[in-house]
Design a protein around this ligand. Structure first.
Ligand SMILES: Cc1ncc(COP(=O)(O)O)c(C=O)c1O
Length: 401
């Protein structure tokens, strides 16, 4: 029998989806499950987005579209990034994909030859590792423990870039930690980046509209405009506009990179469908009440989660300032037993399994993100479920002995 390509042997199904599937199965069996697992925003797009899609449906020509993205969509994206201080880009600098994940995958193909190094901080979003493995890149992980708020330091970055990786992949605000880099932190990292002209910088900033406490969103290009020759900014409609299944992602960066993405698109997806494009334009150009309201709601939920995490003895939980994740270090629980069930908790996976089995609360083990001392709480569940879910989490934790 013929063999599958070797790259498929390196591809792994998402660990996050596995937890979500188990939670779904238990729910189908009639269990009362609170899901803190999957990173979906859990709200719907505004009505004007649906209206634009319906209108496009009525008028849809059904023809192929532009590989890069329609002019209307590229213009809408350019206007959108202008609002966050990324100006001076033109249509030749931007390109679209079927979600940010697809754009990042395309970038990995476009920037990395087999054996080239990609460096990124850990905890990392799971797909970074999987994509790097599929394209057979060497991976240099920069460990960022809770003692440094899960953030990469200038010294760490300096040491990593001195090894001349082809790509440094950065994520701000972070999935899974929710951490956000301040203006000064970005500026210090940008100074390091400026010293190493041979490395592409991908900055996956899809949560840039979900930043709390007035910290603001900051980018290497804000700090040092000359870096725009090497910095590739990634954005997406998924989280900001409640549109994860509509699959629209973007990049803005050097012309040659945007052209490479358009070329990649021309060889697999061809184009983003017209109806989705119309919805995307409406989301970007229409009223922004939904993302604004959701950001405020997530900030309040972050506070609720942090109150509970701070009450648990020995749990170390840097305070997130963006996205919708909290990433507590729960390693103080390792080696203990959950008294009522007799389940032993030796690691993050045991912790999450026992929590799900005994209390019906689904979280994702930190090892899915390269940090096995922690777990990820995604707090986008309906508001009435949050307090009971957190209470069950705390109960479970306090029953460990
Ligand atoms: C950091 C990060 N980047 C990219 C993505 C993918 O987003 P999209 O739905 O646009 O593919 C996600 C989704 O969870 C994410 O958390």
């Amino acid at each position: 029998m013929p063999q599958l390509a070797r790259r498929i042997g390196r591809a792994k199904p998402s660990a996050i989806m596995q937890v979500a599937e188990k939670a779904k199965r238990l729910k189908a069996e009639g269990r009362d499950i609170v899901s803190f697992s999957i990173g979906v925003p859990n709200f719907l797009p505004a009505e004007h987005v649906y209206a634009a899609a319906r209108d496009a449906l009525a008028k849809d020509s059904g023809q192929y579209g532009s590989n890069r993205g329609s002019d209307a969509l590229l213009d809408a994206f350019l206007a959108h990034i202008h609002k966050i201080g990324l100006d001076g880009y033109a249509k030749v600098n931007v390109a679209t994909g079927i979600g940010a994940k697809h754009v990042i995958y395309n970038l990995a193909e476009a920037l990395l030859d087999e054996g080239d190094t990609i460096a990124f901080p850990t905890p990392y979003w799971t797909s970074y590792l999987d994509i790097a493995e599929i394209v057979n890149a060497k991976i240099d992980l920069l460990p960022c423990p809770p003692s440094q708020d899960y953030k990469v330091t200038p010294a760490q970055l300096d040491a990593a870039l001195a090894k001349k990786p082809k790509v440094f992949l950065f994520n701000n605000p972070s999935n899974p930690t929710g951490m956000v880099y301040s203006k000064d932190e970005i500026s210090a990292l940008a100074d390091v980046v400026a010293k190493y002209p041979d490395t592409w910088i991908i900055t996956d900033d899809i949560y840039n509209r979900m930043v709390f406490d007035g910290v603001g969103y900051h980018n290497f290009v804000h700090a040092r405009p000359e870096l725009r020759d090497r910095v590739i900014f990634i954005d997406s409609l998924s989280k900001t506009y409640g549109m994860p299944g509509w699959r629209v992602g973007f990049m803005a960066g050097p012309e040659s990179v945007a052209q490479a993405i358009a070329t990649m698109n021309s060889n697999h997806i061809t184009n983003i469908p017209e109806i989705v494009t119309a919805a995307a334009v409406a989301a970007l150009t229409g009223p922004q009440d939904v993302p604004t309201q959701k950001c405020a709601e997530f900030q309040a939920k972050r506070d609720q989660v942090m109150d509970v995490m701070n009450s648990l003895p020995g749990v170390v939980c840097p305070r997130p300032q963006g996205a919708f994740y909290v990433f507590p270090d729960i390693s103080v629980a390792f080696g203990k037993t959950h008294a009522p069930s007799g389940i032993k908790v030796d690691n993050d996976v045991d912790f999450c399994n026992a929590l799900l089995e005994t209390k019906g609360v689904a979280c994702v083990p930190g090892s899915a993100f390269g940090e096995p001392r922690a777990l990820r709480i995604s707090y986008t569940c309906p508001t009435p479920q949050l307090a009971p879910g957190l209470q069950r989490f705390a109960e479970f934790f306090n029953e460990l002995a």
